[in-house]
Design a protein around this ligand. Structure first.
Ligand code: NOJ
Length: 524
């Protein structure tokens, strides 16, 4: 087998910079704050940090509206502080991944300001401008993912521009080769500063239908779903030409050696795997978000693991994600006990895991009062279930009041609960201890990192699978139910269990029992 590279062996830790650690009391996390906490991330056992956008931005979508791709927003710090952060991280053995947001810029980016200045401006074609429909309305039926039409009327030049998200986030025209060159320059700018790779925002949306055809109605739309679900995204996502763009990004990263390209892509597996590139010349890891939307059920997840593993091309490396800044937290989705099962699952499946900051202490979604809502998605479509503030609340470092060690000022979002790193550190039964033990287990057992995954099976509420590498085999059993359940095993020794007092104990040949919500890893 080929030697694995760092991002195949490693574990990624996502930092939402606004919420990780504030160093200057303005209530918003920053680079110095992140730097102060890198030792924590390294001691946890992660190998890389992915930092959500830190570039200059009017913050209409909290940094996913970039006004300068080659700078750092003063809210977060400076370019030299970022460079220091990279050095510090590398010193600790941590890689640093940035969030590359190529689909759209801010409407305040100089490129867009030029583009909108006149119809014959040299950058007009850098964005998606279109004449109105014959009735004067938007050119077609495309809908914004943040609600309403995706077309915004520009009074000055009397055309519409397209925005898949907020009107403050105009989509760039990736059919334009100058845009491609400019964005390639952005990748090189950060690679030259030692960045180890990128998570690419909405990679599957980059190219839109050249003919701007109407999207078909979605026959499965149910009332209460977000508005854009009314339409199938036939002409606004996953267009075939996107793959040549991914290949070009990959080629640029390859010039710099072993850098990682991760794509944010919400697509069914059959479409997702195409982003690896037909010859392995695409993204290293199209994010696999299946666990985020999965029904929490042993049979469902067994099927998902088998199908994903079976669908991956030979050259493709798997990955699994439990949570991120756009989705309710795992501990709120499945509850505190099952969140432990989820941790064992995430860290024993085949492929690179991504941990969302705070999930390692079982952080739950915060309660956001009506006056505290900050997320534009919630402000634009109140009550549509799109609000992302609850999963973005400040990291809970200690028991200091009122802000859990996150800030000395007023935090931009309220702290969700009191459970903290400090409290959990000394407690061997805590979620933090479980994560640390699991991450040590991964380092000690090549089977968890390099091994095949086999015999994936569900019996009632129990999911079992095996990991094999050379002569070593590990066995994993997870109880997705609220009652004790039996499972079949070969003789094995428990290496780790979420139930107290079981480590080091035996599994006998034949029938064994798992406590309610217990998960274990055993050596066969
Ligand atoms: C995906 C990001 O994760 C999300 O937070 C953002 O709102 C959209 N892309 C638009 O950039």
């Amino acid at each position: 087998m080929r030697e694995l590279t760092w991002w195949q062996r490693g574990v990624i830790y996502q930092i939402y910079p606004r919420s990780f650690q504030d160093s200057n009391g303005d209530g918003i996390g920053d680079l110095r704050g992140i730097a102060e906490r890198l030792e924590y991330v390294s001691a946890l056992g992660a190998d890389a940090v992915w930092i959500s956008p830190i570039f200059p931005s009017p913050m209409a979508d909290f940094g996913y509206d970039v006004a300068d791709y080659c700078g750092i927003d003063p809210l977060f710090g400076s370019l030299s502080e970022f460079e220091q952060l990279v050095i510090h991280a590398h010193h600790l053995g941590l890689k640093v991944l940035l969030d590359f947001v190529p689909n759209h810029s801010s409407n305040r980016h100089p490129w867009f300001e030029e583009s909108r200045s006149s119809r014959d401006n040299a950058k007009r074609d850098w964005y998606l401008w279109h004449d109105p429909a014959p009735d004067g309305g938007p050119p077609n039926n495309w809908l914004s993912r943040m609600g309403g039409s995706a077309w915004e009327w520009d009074e000055h030049t009397e055309q519409y521009y397209y925005h898949a998200f907020l009107r403050e986030q105009p989509d760039l025209n990736w059919r334009n080769h100058e845009v491609r060159r400019a964005m390639d320059g952005v990748l090189r700018f950060w690679l030259d500063r030692g960045v180890d790779g990128f998570r690419v925002d909405v990679l599957w949306l980059l190219i839109k239908d050249a003919q701007f055809r109407d999207n078909p109605l979605n026959p499965c739309y149910r009332a209460g779903e977000p508005e854009h679900h009314r339409l199938l995204q036939t002409y606004t996502e996953d267009q075939p030409e996107v793959h040549e763009i991914v290949r070009a990004m990959r080629a640029t990263l390859d010039i710099y050696g072993d850098r990682v390209l991760i794509g944010e892509i919400y697509l069914p597996v059959s479409q997702l795997i195409k982003y690896y590139g037909a010859a392995g010349d695409g993204a290293d890891m199209p994010f696999n978000f299946q666990l985020i939307n999965a029904r929490w059920n042993a049979a469902v997840i067994a099927g998902m693991i088998r199908d994903y593993d079976g669908a991956l091309p030979e050259h493709a490396w798997p990955n699994w994600v439990l949570g991120n800044h756009d989705n309710p937290r795992i501990a709120s989705r499945v509850g505190a006990i099952q969140a432990r099962v989820a941790a064992v699952l995430l860290l024993t499946l085949r492929g690179t895991p991504t941990i969302y900051y705070g999930d390692e202490i079982g952080m739950t979604d915060g309660t956001i009062g009506p006056d505290e809502i900050r997320d534009p998605a919630e402000l634009r479509q109140p009550g549509a279930g799109q609000g992302r503030d609850p999963e973005r609340t400040p990291m809970q470092w200690d028991d200091s009041l009122p802000n859990a060690g996150f800030t000395s000022g007023k935090p931009w979002l309220p702290v969700a609960s009191r459970s903290s790193v400090r409290e959990q550190e000394g407690d061997t039964s805590s979620m933090l201890s479980l994560y640390r033990r699991l991450l040590i287990l991964r380092r000690c057992h090549a089977a968890l990192v390099q091994g095949t995954i086999e015999n994936v099976a569900a019996h009632g509420d129990v999911l079992t699978y095996e990991r094999h590498y050379r002569e070593r085999s590990l066995f994993v059993a997870l109880n997705f139910g609220g009652e004790a359940s039996a499972f079949e095993s070969r003789p094995a020794t428990v290496l780790l269990s979420t139930a107290m007092g079981r480590d080091g104990g035996p599994l006998t040949h034949g029938t064994n029992a798992l406590a309610a919500g217990e998960a274990l890893v055993a050596s066969m």
